[in-house]
Design a protein. Structure first.
Length: 327
């Protein structure tokens, strides 16, 4: 494709053009979209949608007015903002930013694993009180880590965890060999796998099948004292059920980077629990992440112009196809 394309770039209200996208101005008519009113004007003319606000509902809400969009790029690993029945059924190509965030999220997860195992919150609290109180801490080598979601982010977590001596298993749509996991089990075996894990990490995308995947039965299946880390999407977890499991002492703690409602309301009980770490959806946001996202899109756009295969094409049917959900 050599003709000049119209690219609608969706960002949060008030945000500027993502870094690096000015490199394609000579080959594209860029329309910066912050609101539904902006999109209503630009959607009929856009050939490409680049969605850099992963919480945006603009594409879903306005898709019925789309005219000539042939490619949607998600400036995130998850594609729940752009993949829904209408885009899944159509000819539009969807790409994501797979590969940008994996290592940063893996390091973040390992940091949380160590924080809980070494009881660092208590150490910092004692330091503030100038209190010298000796304690023993846990070893993470030899402990069992279960990663729900065996995509690129899950594999990065698995590689790092195995590097520090943890025993790693994964949960995916189906069983398969995977070098970054000791074993990948099918989703139908989730509850059985939960029973033996010391730490459970949710790194799955949000789909119809993963929404609400962790509820009361899953938390009841987890080993008493186990910890949960969620770096996937908030809606994968029934937050009320998680709160019950934490306050009842069934779970040993939780590291939560994603929530149903973001920002997390200031009166939410998670803020006040000593065994919960709340972070503002930042596990993948390393210094330079915005530039990395921009560079990936620019590379893909140039491929688009030349008619070359795009990077990170999402298998839409696989993403939405039913899986063996645990009853």
């Amino acid at each position: 494709m050599t003709s000049r394309s119209t690219v609608a770039v969706i960002v949060r209200d008030g945000d500027p053009l993502p870094p690096g996208l000015d490199a394609i101005i000579d080959g594209a008519d860029i329309r910066l979209v912050r609101t539904a009113a902006d999109l209503a004007i630009d959607l009929l003319e856009a050939d490409v949608l680049a969605v850099f606000d992963f919480n945006s509902t603009l594409v879903r809400d306005g898709w019925r007015r789309s005219g000539r969009v042939r490619w949607i790029h998600a400036g995130s690993a998850g594609v729940d903002a752009v993949l829904f029945p209408e885009t899944a059924a159509g000819d539009v190509v969807i790409t994501n930013s797979r590969g940008v965030f994996g290592n940063a999220i893996a390091e973040y997860v390992l940091g949380l694993v160590l924080l809980f195992a070494k009881d660092l919150p208590t150490t910092l609290a004692l330091q503030q009180r100038r209190s010298w109180r000796h304690r023993e801490s846990e070893m993470i080598a030899g402990s069992r880590l279960l990663i729900v979601g065996a995509g690129s982010i899950g594999r990065a977590i698995g590689r790092l965890a195995r590097g520090v001596g943890m025993e790693v298993e994964g949960i995916a749509r189906s069983e398969r060999p995977e070098t970054d996991f000791g074993r990948v089990r099918p989703s139908s075996e989730l509850r059985g796998a939960l029973a033996t894990a010391d730490v459970v990490v949710i790194a799955a995308p949000l789909t119809d099948e993963t929404r609400g995947l962790f509820g009361p039965l899953e938390f009841a299946a987890m080993r008493r004292g186990a910890r949960l880390i969620n770096v996937g999407r908030g809606a994968i977890v029934d937050q009320a059920a998680l709160l019950d499991a934490l306050t009842a002492g069934r779970l040993g703690g939780a590291g939560l980077d994603v929530f149903d409602d973001e920002p997390l309301p200031p009166d939410h009980p998670f803020w006040g629990l000593a065994n919960v770490v709340v972070s503002p959806h930042m596990s993948g946001d390393f210094v330079g992440w915005q530039e990395a996202l921009g560079a990936l899109f620019v590379d893909n756009f140039r491929r688009w112009q030349r008619g070359q295969p795009l990077l990170n094409v999402v298998d839409k049917q696989c993403y939405l196809a039913p899986v063996g959900r645990v009853p």
